[in-house]
Write a protein that binds this ligand. Sequence first.
Ligand SMILES: NC(=O)c1ccc[n+]([C@@H]2O[C@H](COP(=O)([O-])OP(=O)(O)OC[C@H]3O[C@@H](n4cnc5c(N)ncnc54)[C@H](OP(=O)(O)O)[C@@H]3O)[C@@H](O)[C@H]2O)c1
Length: 267
Amino acid sequence: MGNPVAHSRSPEIHQMFAAQASIKIAYQRIQVDVGGFAQAVSNFQANGGQGLNITVPFKVEAWELCDVLCERAQTARAVNTLWFDNAAIHGDNTDGTGLANDILSNLQCPICDKRLLLLGAGGAVRGVLGQLLTHRPASVVISNRTVDKAVELVQRFRKLTQCNLRGCGFEEVKGLHVDIVINGTAASLRGEIPPLPPLHINDEALAYDMVYADRPTAFMNWASDLGFNKISDGLGMLVEQAAESFHIWHNVRPQTAPVIRTLRSGA
Ligand SMILES: NC(=O)c1ccc[n+]([C@@H]2O[C@H](COP(=O)([O-])OP(=O)(O)OC[C@H]3O[C@@H](n4cnc5c(N)ncnc54)[C@H](OP(=O)(O)O)[C@@H]3O)[C@@H](O)[C@H]2O)c1
């Protein structure tokens, strides 16, 4: 469920997972009007629906609607996966695990002891921050257009980490030494990039855009110009978070690599 949802590749991904596991599923995009989310979930449940993924802009409403929350969702205060146990609505957030799995397993980039720069302080960054911190980075800087939102996130997550965590605006990251920079702003969706000053990077540094597209995003082009050797969009994250949801619903852990390959090939 989301709004908009027509662009979502999740139905293809879940059908590929279901084929691997020889499970028959019906997984469809449901466009929901703003203001109609709780009713839409109730209708879905009443019609025998068993699980839901939630995307923009309903992840916070989904969190509020849950009777039972997993720790990841509680920390994020946002939910992207719902399921039902009798009348109770259960919620989890698989975005952070999806991002961490993509960086660690698919891209083979360690997070432990690395210096992270997160751009943005909206739902996406809030959803992944807790999981990234569990991988014990050396430092995390959250840089956002609206500085107060970055500072508020830092205040809330500080108690979860020993690492150096700080929030600031874009100008203040000038000359920062970073190993991994993750774009969690919605700027790429409009072909824009945050107004970033130059950063210090080394040959192993990774630039990661949570947005996925069939061609390099504006952020990926910026990273290439700055000399990053490792650059990725968010398709792997999308598939990895879907795999976590699939595991919750079906108790089967699907293989993600062939699904990512198929999606990248445009098949
Ligand atoms: N690959 C995946 O599986 C996955 C999962 C989740 C999200 N995402 C992507 O992550 C992105 C962010 O989603 P969200 O849920 O966090 O959205 P959101 O809650 O609306 O937050 C948007 C963020 O982007 C910033 N922003 C927007 N336009 C900007 C611009 N032109 N320049 C600089 N900053 C700008 C906002 O800054 P202000 O606070 O100043 O407004 C805010 O920090 C979306 O593109 C979404 O598709 C991908």
